[in-house]
Design a protein around this ligand. Structure first.
Ligand code: OGA
Ligand code: MN
Length: 214
């Protein structure tokens, strides 16, 4: 007997953590779509927007600790750090998914990734983050960058691509990756230069880094 659910279009199952880990092992970076259900993404977006509208983001800095500086020539986005002990239900679910990824990457690459640090980011129209690496000089702990986009129906003409320089031996070689909701970009923090191009609309993301025991 045909049941109602079978007439719905088939949904691609979420990309398993193992598959992301295998792609990372192969090329060092991976773009995965629909890693979370659309409802989950809109909940994360809603919470991020509320926090932004409540004035609870601040200018992102460059560097770390006492060297932290706001530098307009480098980046003009705003961020809000997540407290792992004070996550919303939607954030906790995502945290749990990243935990599966951490375990899969550790299993296949023996990396010893442990803690995750993560922040929400908003790029108001016209803001950017110039070409950079995600490792701070002298610390070298950030190992795997994980960026989840929270935007609805992003179009190429909206700008705001993440440009990932995929070949360290060819500075011209790059991939423009649109920040479409549910898309997860992962890459090894020390290996890939990347930049965020200015957009014509507000651009939300949840960005995290797995650290490695030094
Ligand atoms: C970063 C970063 C990329 C993006 O926060 O370090 O590079 O697409 N973000 O938001
Ligand atoms: Mn970065």
């Amino acid at each position: 007997m045909a049941c109602h659910a079978s007439s719905l279009p088939p949904e691609r199952p979420p990309e398993p953590a193992e598959q992301i880990a295998a792609t990372l092992a192969d090329q060092g970076w991976c773009v995965s779509d629909r890693v979370l259900a659309p409802l989950h993404i809109s909940q994360l977006r809603h919470e991020a927007r509320q926090r932004w509208q409540a004035g609870r983001f601040r200018r992102a800095g460059v560097g770390c600790g006492e060297d932290l500086q706001v530098r307009d020539e480098v980046r003009t986005d705003r961020i809000a750090w997540l407290d792992p002990n004070d996550l919303s239900a939607a954030q906790r679910l995502y945290w749990h998914q990243l935990e599966q990824l951490r375990l899969a990457v550790n299993r296949s690459l023996f990396l010893g990734l442990y803690a995750l640090e993560a922040h929400l980011a908003v790029y108001p129209p016209g803001t950017y983050y110039r070409k950079h690496l995600d490792q701070f000089r002298g610390i070298g702990e950030r190992t795997l960058s994980c960026i989840l986009y929270l935007n609805d129906a992003w179009q190429a003409q909206d700008g705001g691509a993440l440009r990932l320089y995929t070949d360290p031996n060819d500075p011209e070689q790059s991939e423009p990756i649109l920040p479409e909701g549910g898309r997860l970009v992962t890459f090894f923090s020390a290996r890939f230069l990347h930049e965020v191009e200015p957009a014509t609309r507000e651009r939300f993301s949840l960005t995290g880094w797995f650290k490695r025991r030094g």
